[in-house]
Design a protein around this ligand. Sequence first.
Ligand code: HEC
Length: 194
Amino acid sequence: MRVSNLMIPAALVLAMAACKPAANDAKTDAAVATPHPSAMPVALTDAQLIERGDYIVRIAGCNDCHTPGYPESGGKVPKAQWLVGTRLGWNGPWGTTYPANLRLKAADMDDAKWLAYTATLHTRPPMPDFAVRDMSEQDRLAILRFVKSLGAGGEPAPAYLPPGEKPPVPFVEFNLPPPPAAAGAAQAKPASAG
Ligand code: HEC
């Protein structure tokens, strides 16, 4: 009895002490608990969307492939030349792909068309279409608004070449090992394999 009489008030004091700072820090806690701040449904102004789009194309690597000379110059390409697509081919088992002119692409699209297009974007490698599909709607919209703010510019990228067709230079070549399934088929199947 004596012990529990002492325990109850002690527990209450502890609970009250725990509540006080929690109430004061409610704002901070909410911010920390949000796993993906950019996915929050906060309405951005037009200017803020453009600013965010500018930020995303820099950190998500869009410029790395879609802006001529961007990686080679350490990102020192004037903004007016961003995202016009390149003539550097990406050659691999999928054939040869060329990073598209996103300035011309964006000029052709309104918000609704772009959001539907990017939500289900499927391209050939090495375009990270999966990363675009995973972006929040707001981030995809921010990209469109930023690219549109640059204006239409440049030429369309060269046409895709099918596998087996040797691309003209310059191109990056992926010399990949055979896929695991093909490699496995070439060997005797272990007894345990279905
Ligand atoms: C590793 C290089 C690379 C990176 C990084 C990259 N792209 Fe691409 N992108 C490509 C290539 C190559 C194609 C052409 C794919 C094809 O022909 O199927 C392409 C195609 C596209 C297309 C389709 C355009 C069309 O008309 O077919 C869109 C949209 C696009 N990229 C947007 C982006 C955005 C937005 C980013 C940044 C998040 C990005 N890309 C990052 C290489 C890249």
